[in-house]
Design a protein around this ligand. Structure first.
Ligand SMILES: *[C@@H]1O[C@H](CO)[C@@H](O)[C@H](O)[C@H]1NC(C)=O
Ligand SMILES: *[C@@H]1O[C@H](CO)[C@@H](O)[C@H](O)[C@H]1NC(C)=O
Length: 305
C-alpha cells in the first residue's frame, strides 16, 4: 500500500468518526401561538447518525421540565414548572404534550439531544411560545333598528368579548371595506376579571344611499380576528323598507350631511369620548299622520256627497 492511499484511508476513517458524532435535530415543532386553556404538542425529532441516544431533555426558559433517558429504569422524568403541565400519558421520547395552557406557559422552549459516551455530543434548538386568550363568544352587533330607508343613519357597534392581545375588528358594507371616516373607535375596555385582557368596540356610522341597496338588501359584516388563531364574522342584512320611495341623493350631498351631523370628529383615529349623535331621521310618524288625515278627509267627503 502506498503512503498516499494510507493517508486517504486515514482521512476516510476520520471523516466517518466525525460524521458518527454529528447528531442533528431534524425537526423541532413548537407552535409560536397557542390558545389559553388548550393543549399543545411539542415535538423534537433527531438524526443520530449512528450514534447511541443518551437523552432528550426539554427546557422552558432554561429550566428543565421533561427528560427521556432510555438507559434509566424509569426513562421519563417530569419536573413541575409554573404553566408547564405535562400530560405524561400522551408524551414519549420525541413528543411532549402540554395541557391547561395558561399565560405562564409563554416562554422559550428548548429541546436538547445528547449522544452516549464517550463524546456525549449535545445539540439543541429552541422556539418561543406566545399564549393568546381568545374571545369566549361571537362578536356582538348592537344598535340596529328594525327598518331603514334611504337617508337614514346607521349607527351600530361591533364588540368582541375580552381577549389578549386585543381583537382586530373590521366593518364591511356589501363586502367592501368601509372608509375610515365612517368608523369611530376602536374603544378598548380592560376586563375587570382579567386585567391583561381587553374588550374591543368599533362603531360604524353612515347615511344610507340608494346605491347601498342591492336588490333591496344592504349587507353589513363585522369581522373579528386575532392572527393567526382566530377569525369570526357576523353578518346583518338590512332590508329596504317597503314604502321607501325616497329619491337617491347625490353622494356629495350625503357626504355634506354626514359632516354636518358628525362634525369632523369622525375623522379622528382615536375615540374622542362622547360624540354628539343626531336623532336618526324617522318619517314613520309623519307618513302615518298624513295618510290618516287623507283618510279622514276622504270619509268627510263621502258624508257630504
Ligand atoms: C424569544 O423571545 C425572547 C424574549 O422573550 C427573544 O429574546 C428571542 O429572540 C426570541 N427567540 C426567537 C427564536 O424568536
Ligand atoms: C357604541 O359604543 C360606544 C362606546 O362604548 C357607546 O358610547 C355607544 O353608545 C354605543 N352605541 C351603540 C348603538 O351601542
Amino acid at each position: 500500500m502506498s503512503g498516499r492511499s494510507v493517508v486517504l484511508l486515514l482521512v476516510i476513517f476520520l471523516l466517518r468518526q466525525e460524521s458518527a458524532r454529528s447528531i442533528r435535530i431534524t425537526d423541532l415543532t413548537v407552535p409560536s401561538h397557542v390558545v389559553e386553556g388548550g393543549s399543545v404538542l411539542l415535538e423534537c425529532h433527531n438524526d443520530l447518525e449512528g450514534e447511541m441516544l443518551y437523552s432528550i431533555k426539554w427546557y422552558k426558559d432554561n429550566r428543565e421540565f421533561y427528560r427521556y433517558v432510555p438507559s434509566n429504569v424509569n426513562p421519563f422524568s417530569y419536573f413541575r414548572l409554573p404553566g408547564v403541565n405535562v400530560d405524561e400519558k400522551d408524551s414519549s421520547s420525541n413528543v411532549v404534550k402540554l395541557v391547561n395552557l395558561s399565560p405562564e406557559t409563554a416562554g422559550r422552549y428548548r429541546c436538547e439531544v445528547s449522544g452516549e459516551g464517550p463524546y456525549f455530543v449535545t445539540v439543541s434548538d429552541e422556539k418561543n411560545i406566545t399564549v393568546h386568550l381568545l374571545p369566549y363568544k361571537h362578536p356582538q352587533v348592537t344598535g340596529f333598528r328594525d327598518e331603514y330607508k334611504v337617508g337614514d343613519i346607521v349607527a351600530v357597534n361591533c364588540s368582541s368579548s375580552m381577549s389578549r392581545p386585543h381583537t382586530q375588528l373590521k366593518w364591511l358594507i356589501n363586502d367592501q371595506p368601509v372608509l375610515r371616516k365612517y368608523i369611530t373607535g376602536p374603544w378598548y375596555r380592560i376586563s375587570r376579571k382579567r386585567p391583561d385582557a381587553k374588550e374591543t368596540i368599533l362603531q360604524l356610522r353612515f347615511i344610507i344611499t340608494n346605491e347601498h341597496f342591492r336588490d333591496g338588501i344592504l349587507q353589513l359584516k363585522c369581522q373579528a380576528s386575532i392572527a393567526p388563531l382566530y377569525q369570526e364574522e357576523v353578518v346583518h342584512h338590512i332590508v329596504r323598507a317597503e314604502d321607501d320611495v325616497t329619491d337617491s341623493k347625490p353622494v356629495q350631498v350625503v357626504e355634506e350631511e354626514l359632516d354636518e351631523v358628525f362634525g369632523h370628529e369622525r375623522a379622528f383615529l382615536e375615540p374622542v369620548g362622547e360624540i354628539p349623535m343626531a336623532e336618526p331621521q324617522n318619517d314613520h310618524g309623519n307618513i302615518l299622520h298624513k295618510s290618516l288625515a287623507a283618510g279622514i278627509s276622504f270619509i268627510l267627503m263621502q258624508v257630504f256627497l
